[in-house]
Design a protein around this ligand. Structure first.
Ligand code: FMN
Length: 223
């Protein structure tokens, strides 16, 4: 016979052990969920107006590079408007891509070269190291459409990173073409990436209209 006091002590120790085991089980099952929700999101983009040769240009000419060619009056690149909106909605860190081999500021002076860059698979040098994507699980990537698809510096980005298992949303601006070739290039260069959404918005409109359109689209995907 165990005396009552000893029995109580044994029961309470047993209860403590069971509680500890339960807590351990709960913690272990919760960990993968926490790891998933802790994943970082990044907004990465390449914008022409930020990658032009500014030698001898004034600031206005820089902010309107290529934009001057369009029929609508835009204060700044519509892509940058989209980047700002996405940042407001998601709070994600923004990573602009800049290349050493900047483009000529006028469309006519760079359009042929931009095509040759793609045809010849030219390799650009980024001015900064590409972001560390180890802890990143979602990437929002933005660019204009050049020659039916990604500008070559963007192709280079996707050639040099590994987005396996990550989620990608691609947003672009266009003057008629959409994301068909972009999606083909992604399937080829990053076959194990989950492209969970994509949108291409016309650049031939003002910043406000672009913001409205992109905003509605973000609503539609729950962002
Ligand atoms: C080199 C170059 C090639 C382009 N090729 C295409 C194209 O194939 N399809 C298209 O819809 N837009 C094309 N565009 C237009 C861009 O998509 C447009 O410049 C971009 O949407 C930004 O517009 P904005 O500079 O007028 O604001 C091209 C622009 C450049 C600079």
């Amino acid at each position: 016979m165990i005396p009552n006091e000893e029995k109580d002590e044994e029961e309470s120790a047993m209860k403590k052990l069971i509680s500890l085991m339960l807590a351990a089980v709960l913690l272990l099952t919760a960990l993968p969920v926490m790891a998933e929700s802790n994943g970082k999101a990044l907004i990465i983009y390449f914008d022409y107006s930020e990658n032009i040769d500014t030698t001898g240009l004034d600031v206005d000419a820089v902010s309107s590079a290529s934009i001057a060619e369009g029929p609508g009056i835009r204060d700044r690149s519509n892509l940058l408007v989209m980047v700002d909106l996405l940042k407001d909605r998601t709070g994600a860190e923004v990573v602009p891509l800049h290349v050493e081999e900047v483009y000529a500021p006028m469309f006519d002076d760079m359009v042929g070269k931009a095509q040759a860059d793609k045809n010849e698979n030219i390799q650009f040098t980024f001015t900064e190291a590409l972001p560390d994507l180890t802890d990143v699980d979602t990437i929002y990537f933005g660019s204009a459409i050049w020659w039916y698809g990604m500008p070559q510096p963007v192709v280079n980005f996707f050639q040099r990173v590994d987005l396996s298992g990550k989620k990608l949303m691609y947003f672009s601006i266009n003057r008629g073409s959409r994301n068909y070739e972009v999606l083909e290039t992604l399937a080829e260069l990053q076959p194990d990436t989950d492209v969970f959404a994509e949108v291409s918005i016309s650049a031939m409109q003002d910043n406000e209209r672009t913001a409205d359109e992109f905003s509605s689209w973000l609503d539609s995907i729950g962002l």
